[in-house]
Design a protein around this ligand. Structure first.
Ligand code: UD1
Length: 339
């Protein structure tokens, strides 16, 4: 059984990926500092798969601790690196925290991997690297635009750090996965997104509003150059997204990579507006959503959706879940969380 180290493995995308890795027969070691998640997530994973992953509470900034972890868990075949700070607004307030967390964690891992003979690295990147693309849908060949936030900048710099390290001749292969907007929860509602405090992302705000935790959802902007005036995104089911990580790891482990660094867009290929999300949520769940249209949110991209054809063809991966089912899964998870 091959062993995969998942950093940030109790986080939102990380935990769903751990489940899919276990389902695919991998042994998983989770490292997470629990800064934005809880150790209970491990129990949710166990309830779904019946398998307990190894779990180490550790910050990837702790190089000595990571070194010890690699020494204790010999034979790691690949690292999937999720652990990072991800709130755009917070990154503007605390840029140094973001640069330190996101860059130094990555550097620690890339420095330690050769010492333990680990040659395969999957990196969590984001469509944020494209900024507002000139052409839609956006392909992997689209130029990266200057980042709108320190968070976005860390994703660009981290992609460069990985690429430069591979190019330096290090015994390393990598796959950079650019996520569009991951949403929803595991259909079992055993794991899902756990926002701390007031959610900044759309779907947790929607489900918390429907649950009566928030009085009203604000729709940020009605005067965008889109059919209904609200922003457009490519919302991808988190389990679909998780499955792409399993395929990426398998691709490297079975020597199928076409180059030492590969980049893939992970999206559905379908652009959906904020107002369409609201309507679909109400239709899918029967819940009523109280919302008002307000001003634009600073730094928002008007519209972006993926051209996922390269991932579809090369990885043999495709986002399968409908938006309806995905929003229903988010609602089921919210109902389980309660108020
Ligand atoms: C952004 C980044 C993404 C990053 C993510 C991290 C872009 C294009 N995307 O996602 O790469 O990983 O942040 O958090 O830069 N909205 C409302 N009301 C709300 C909340 C959101 O109307 O209360 C709208 C936003 O204006 C946006 C859409 O919902 O149009 C999605 O917002 P959100 O979930 O925050 O994700 P992004 O901003 O797309």
């Amino acid at each position: 059984m091959q062993k995969i180290l998942v950093t940030g493995g109790t986080g939102y995308i990380g935990s769903h990926t751990v489940v899919e890795l276990q389902n695919a027969g991998f042994e998983v070691v989770i490292v997470d500092n629990l800064s934005n998640s809880s150790a209970d997530v491990v129990e949710g994973i166990v309830r779904i798969t019946g398998i307990r992953p190894a779990f180490e509470r550790l910050d990837c900034l702790d190089c000595a601790g990571l070194d010890k972890l690699f020494a204790e868990h010999r034979g790691i075949a690949a690292v999937i690196h999720f652990a990072a700070s991800k709130a755009v607004g917070e990154s503007v307030q605390k840029p140094l925290l973001y640069y330190r967390n996101n860059l130094a964690s990555l550097i620690n891992l890339l420095e330690l991997m050769p010492k333990y003979g680990v040659e395969n690295f999957v990196f969590s990147s984001s469509c944020t690297v494209y900024g507002q693309p000139d052409e839609l849908p956006v392909t992997e060949r689209a130029p990266r635009k200057p980042a709108e936030s320190p968070y976005g900048n860390t994703k660009q710099i981290c992609e460069d750090i990985v690429s430069d390290t591979v190019r330096s001749g290090a015994k390393l292969k990598s796959i950079l996965l650019r996520y569009f907007n991951p949403i929803g929860a595991h259909p079992s509602a055993e794991i899902g997104e756990l926002p701390l405090g007031v959610p900044q992302n759309l779907i947790p705000f929607v489900t918390q509003t429907a649950a009566g935790i928030r009085p009203k959802l604000s729709v940020f902007g009605s005067d965008y150059n889109t059919p209904d005036g609200s922003c457009i995104r490519d919302y991808i089911n988190v389990v679909d997204l998780a499955k792409a990580h399993v395929i990426a790891a398998q691709r490297m482990l079975t020597g199928k990579s076409k180059s030492a660094v590969e980049t893939f867009n992970l999206g559905t290929g379908r652009g959906v507006s904020v107002l369409e999300v609201i309507n679909t949520f109400e239709k899918a769940t029967g819940a009523k959503l109280s919302y008002e249209v307000t001003g634009r949110r600073a730094g928002d991209i008007e519209k972006i959706w993926a051209d996922p054809s390269y991932a579809n063809e090369e990885l043999g991966w495709k986002a399968k879940e409908t938006l309806e089912d995905t929003l229903a899964s988010a609602w089921k998870w919210q109902q389980k969380l309660g108020r």
